[in-house]
Design a protein around this ligand. Sequence first.
Ligand code: TLP
Length: 337
Amino acid sequence: MKIVDLRSDTVTKPSKEMFEAILNAKLGDDVYGEDPTVNKLEEMAAQKMGKEAALLVTSGTQGNLVSVMANTNKGEEVILESESHIYYYEVGGIAAVANLLVKTVKGERGVLGPGDVEDAIRPKNIHMPLTRLVCIENTHNRAGGTVWKPEQIKAVSDVVEDKGLNLYMDGARVFNSAVAQNIDVKKMTRYVDSVMFCLSKGLACPVGSVICGTEEFIEKARKYRKMLGGGMRQAGIIAAPGIIALESMVERLEEDHKNAQILAKGLKDLGFDINPVDVHTNILVFDVDNADNFLNTLRKNGINASKFGEKRVRMVTHLGIAETDIDRVLEIIETIF
Ligand code: TLP
């Protein structure tokens, strides 16, 4: 029985073209800045994001931590959405490693309002930590893959700029956001100082994320990456599939979004509390009576999904999921539940 793995788009396997690119990659020692394939990927990424420079990192988590550190000083405060990945799923690195204070702000399906951000920024006061950085997440994972529209980013960016802070975007799935809105990714990144995107999610690479920003920011980030053990040597073997991904995996995200819509509509028809209009990209988050029971029963029938709460589950479409798999998932759910 083929397992339909809807746990995450991180489970995607590299394509044949990616394996070939790995075999043929020109390599050097990237800690000396001498890996031509890494350099090429970083140039491409910076250009795609409309930023001066870029840096390949081992993972989205490392990219977020390095970026947050390069944007702040110890003891300062960072504003995060209350269900953001940095707050929820990164083992508290922002506190334990970066020594930062976090203030969470509840967003509307993951999107922060400019007024709420403004209210959360500390006044300059001898007793208080200095607010230094605001982070946004696009698409927002726990909110169900929701997108930030360019004007929503601009609204927060205006506040951030006015207060002299920095704006960072955890854009692990920012290409999903761009494809879903049918816009160039730069329409969003132009409003943030720095951004991270993942190669190893919908873009189907085995490893890696890239952070982008000013030359000065990337220079600092490079130092922090080294500190955190992320100085890689012949990292061209990671960058080579990254180049393929940027060239040929972005537009196909549309298929994952289509499959997510079919799944959402099917689940709605079966009586689940999900509105397809709220499913913007490749992530579905919805409530069930009991997440453990629901997921265990699915697992026994060859379907994997993730627990997102006692009554909440997540399903993610990706390269390894075809429309026929979605049909099978819906059939099985109809039969069992
Ligand atoms: N998210 C993973 C899990 O950690 C939950 C997933 O399966 O979705 N930012 C966002 C918005 C993410 O969703 C993720 C990964 C990361 C950062 C971290 O990326 P990695 O897994 O490469 O460290």
